[in-house]
Ligand binder design. Structure first.
Ligand code: 3EB
Length: 350
């Protein structure tokens, strides 16, 4: 039985699905979940027992599937002990053995409120909470913010976010041992808002970062992408229980540091998959005990324009087949010329 498992469940099926998950036969329990859907579903009550924890809810529309929301569910075995949940310094968490799912949503009262400071405070709070919980190693961070490409005092908001995040990472450099986690940073589509939402998986044991030889490491990007570089690794492999789990960061059509295939969503999807395949090759070299294959991934795909979904899906199915679980959301990628971004993990059920 896999130690950490990821499933995407349609909101309407969540109640029954969780009951089956917790049944005698399956004996698993929810470590954490995040709801992704159109804004009107984000206030919907979740099944009793799950609702109390105020899980992160992110206003990104579901694409290509007849559900109001995808619920991203991380689960762990129930056998050894029950998960423990609580809050430290404004950060909500669920802990199980050496693993923590933690989240916080920082309200941005107006779009010109100091995003840099809000981001820095969010990450400071997260890092301090993880440290107090004895799981100081973030494996994977997810970031969602409104109007990511908008400008504030002449500066792009994603770049302002990067300054705040960078500052916080620097002041916790000893804790994270200069290995940034795998990550992604996405914006709500135009007209949709929300707080700055950050959630993370963290561990008592550090992950090994994996970089992609086809891409410059993001933490080395030249200043033309902002005064402070984005702090994330292209991928990370984490020892969890007796398994190794791969977390592939948001991956896009970037070679070196430059966007490829302007205005060509089909070619951008191919290039993104080239980058993911290249990372899988690095996994095979650096962690040869495991046979890392793209077919074992499950994908969360962010498409900027809903109308591009059929082309993106066609390329993914052509390259990886139809058996790879694939979940599509509409989101704004953090460069205006990027049309698609794909994140992936190997934490699959079965
Ligand atoms: C890139 O490769 C595309 O800022 O955390 C991908 C993954 C991207 C994570 C982040 C940004 C982030 O630069 C964007």
């Amino acid at each position: 039985m896999s130690h950490l498992q990821l499933d995407y469940i349609a909101l309407e099926a969540l109640d029954q699905w969780v009951q089956a998950l917790e049944s005698k036969e399956t004996q698993r329990q929810v470590l954490g979940m995040t709801v992704f859907g159109a804004p009107e579903v984000l206030n919907v009550a979740l099944p009793v027992g799950l609702d109390a924890r105020a899980w992160p809810r992110v206003a990104l529309p579901v694409l290509g599937h007849d559900t109001a929301a995808w619920v991203e569910v991380w689960s762990v075995p129930a056998g050894a002990a029950a998960v423990e949940h609580g809050e430290v310094a404004g950060v909500a968490y669920v802990r199980f053995a050496e693993l923590v799912f933690a989240w916080l949503a920082t309200p941005l009262l107006s779009l010109d409120q100091g995003l840099e400071q809000a981001t820095q405070q969010t990450y400071d709070a997260l890092f301090n909470a993880l440290d107090q919980l004895g799981c100081p190693h973030p494996l994977r961070c997810w970031n969602y913010l409104p109007d990511i490409l908008g400008a504030q005092q002449g500066e792009e908001r994603y770049r302002i976010f990067n300054v705040g995040r960078h500052t916080s990472f620097l002041s916790h450099a000893a804790m994270i041992e200069r290995h940034p986690p795998a990550a992604c940073a996405l914006g709500h589509p135009e007209g949709l808002g929300g707080p700055l939402t950050v959630y993370a998986l963290a561990s008592a044991k550090p992950a090994q970062p994996i970089e992609n030889p086809r891409q410059m490491s993001a933490y080395r990007y030249p200043p033309r992408y902002g005064s402070r570089s984005p702090t994330f690794s292209r991928a990370a492999v984490a020892p969890i229980g007796d398994e190794e789990i791969a977390f592939i960061s948001g991956t896009a059509s970037i070679v070196g540091h430059e966007t490829q295939h302007l205005n060509d969503v089909r070619a951008q999807t191919h290039e993104t998959l080239n980058n993911i395949e290249s990372l899988m090759e690095r996994f095979r070299v650096e962690r040869p005990a495991h046979d890392w294959q793209a077919a074992d991934l499950q994908l969360k795909v962010y498409v900027r324009d809903a109308a591009d979904l059929p082309l993106v899906r066609q390329v993914i199915e052509q390259r990886l087949g139809t058996a790879v679980p694939c979940f599509y959301l509409q989101a704004v990628v953090c460069r205006p010329d990027l049309l698609v971004e794909i994140e992936a993990t190997t934490a699959r059920s079965q």
